[in-house]
Design a protein around this ligand. Sequence first.
Ligand SMILES: Nc1ncnc2c1ncn2[C@@H]1O[C@H](COP(=O)(O)OP(=O)(O)OP(=O)(O)O)[C@@H](O)[C@H]1O
Length: 208
Amino acid sequence: MTSAGLILNDVRLAIGGRTLFDGLCLCIAPGEIVTLMGESGSGKSSLIAYICGSLDTEFDVRGSVTLDGQDMGPLPIERRRIGVMFQDDVLFAHMSVGENLAFAVPPGVTRSERQTRVNDALVEADLDGFAARNPATLSGGQKARVALMRALLAEPRAMLLDEPFSRLDATLRERVRNFAFSTIKRRNIPALLVTHDRQDKSDHVITL
Ligand SMILES: Nc1ncnc2c1ncn2[C@@H]1O[C@H](COP(=O)(O)OP(=O)(O)OP(=O)(O)O)[C@@H](O)[C@H]1O
């Protein structure tokens, strides 16, 4: 069995003496998108926080997360290189779209290379010419695409998406979802998408 991708092994999360879920095992291969569904309060957002390393210390946790064979347990959030996109992902209001994107490029990249990556991201998101725009002037779908590109410019090894499209209307949601799925697949990284929307179906659906 290959260890590439994102693997959850026998994960249990409990809070305040209440077990949210137990024995969760999941393998997400590179380029695979798995949808996570479940009732409100079942622990979906907590699982996302657990995977990326930001879970409240109040939680009682068992199990492990590995990414490309590396145990994430000992790593702090900034060293896991897991990208996250939330429902209310806000772009920095005091920065232009281009500056928002440039901010995400890892340090150590030359100025011109940074600019090239930002320009490429804008083209990929069909936002060529939007670099100087203030985020407040963008539509919901445009903001969501910038937020996704910003997460991807940080070169994550996996992506976690926590209901990122739920505020968009149905038509736009489908377009942005298709864009997000194809963009993630092009990068060949594993992704976990939390959603309440049955239309968000991807390669696999699991329910908590
Ligand atoms: N920091 C915390 N301290 C105490 N309880 C918490 C904390 N974070 C989450 N919980 C509880 O854990 C349970 C799971 O919450 P979580 O947000 O993971 O659910 P969810 O499945 O994402 O729900 P929703 O679909 O409504 O977003 C809830 O009962 C919530 O109240």
